[in-house]
Ligand binder design. Structure first.
Ligand SMILES: Nc1nc2c(c(=O)[nH]1)N[C@H]1C(S)=C(S)[C@@H](COP(=O)(O)O)O[C@H]1N2
Ligand SMILES: [Mo]
Length: 316
């Protein structure tokens, strides 16, 4: 299994939150306005935590969407199916204490504590393009940790070919898990091939705009795989396991014709009910013109080699 290494920035490049925010505000007027919105947002969560991040060369230089856009237009069916439902309903989720159970084909099974993720790792400032399968997109400034550097510690066995992820099931706090006609089977589950999981672009995100994640964004920890459609980015993770067989993925099980296991952003492979050739960038206004969707969401230089020789129309 290939292990990817990347340069770790020196401590002198560590960016305190205030500097991060000022820099963003300076770089982009729109983002600056959004920050005013952020400070007014009520949180039924722990006190805000300052996240020190180092900037990553893997960030896009596109202007991030506003905090408002990113936190009020969400998909998180555990809290309802409307785009505004997670912002309305996710405040009820208790995100401390929180541990992720790690098991399956590893020599050191164990747990990951959210406090350790926040304090014992170098958090990287990763501004990524985010493309939903529903053909809208955003640019999001995450704070995250490369998944590879986290799973290394569990000593993954050579026979592991995939990583499986699971979201919390807690109907008392997750309104969408309470409904009489469940829209999805719970828990929400996802999976990656091992080399995708180890790729330096793949992160577990714990922060947004220099603060801990708001619940609607998948607090306290969620997956972000920027070259894949958004639904691969499973939220509020409680379990990670390593498997030999391809693990189940919620939308793929729900409708395999519409949602593949790989789900790489691909403008040449349409969703059966709509085109994937273009996307609507949220925040551009209702009548903003659509932009062309890029192969692998624009991350092709970094990830195309993972799929060399694969028929991406078959393995979509
Ligand atoms: N547990 C869970 N994770 C989830 C979802 C969900 O419904 N439940 N929705 C997915 C979909 S379809 C998308 S597009 C992204 C949205 O992430 P965002 O709300 O942070 O933009 O989360 C993904 N992760
Ligand atoms: Mo999505």
């Amino acid at each position: 299994m290939p292990v990817y290494r990347y340069p770790v920035p020196p401590a002198s490049e560590i960016t305190p939150k205030s500097v991060f925010l000022n820099r963003r505000a300076f770089m982009a007027g729109a983002a600056g306005l959004a920050l005013a919105g952020a400070s007014g947002t009520a949180r039924a969560e722990e006190e805000r935590q300052k996240l020190a991040t180092v900037s990553s060369p893997l960030s896009t230089d596109e202007t991030p969407n506003s905090y408002e856009d990113i936190t009020t237009y969400n998909n998180f069916y555990e809290f309802g199916t409307g785009k505004g439902d997670p912002a309305k309903n996710a405040g009820s989720l208790t995100t401390r204490p929180w541990t992720i159970e790690v098991g399956g084909l590893v020599n050191n099974p164990g747990t990951i504590d959210i406090e350790d993720l926040l304090t014992k790792y170098t958090l990287e400032d990763r501004i990524y393009r985010h493309r939903c399968v529903e053909a809208w997109s955003m640019v999001i400034p995450w704070a995250g940790i490369p998944l590879a550097s986290i799973i290394d510690k569990f000593d993954v066995q050579g026979s592991a070919k995939y990583v499986a992820f699971e979201t919390l099931v807690r109907p008392e706090e997750m309104t969408g898990q309470n409904s009489t006609f469940p829209i999805l089977p719970w828990p929400y589950v996802e999976g990656l091939r091992m080399d995708e999981a180890m790729h330096p672009l793949t992160i577990l995100a714990v922060g947004l705009y220099g603060e801990t994640l708001p619940n609607q964004s998948g607090a306290p920890v969620r997956l972000v795989v920027p070259w894949k459609y958004g639904f691969k980015g499973i939220k509020s993770i409680v379990k990670i396991s390593f498997t030999e067989e391809q693990p189940p993925a919620t939308w793929n099980m729900q409708n395999p014709r519409e949602y593949g296991f790989y789900s790489n952003v691909n403008p040449n492979v349409d969703h059966p009910r709509w085109s994937q050739a273009t996307e609507r960038r949220i925040g551009g206004g209702l009548f903003a013109s659509r932009i062309d969707t890029q192969m692998f969401n624009g991350y092709g230089d970094q990830v195309a080699s993972l799929y060399e020789g694969m028929d991406l129309k078959k393995y979509f």
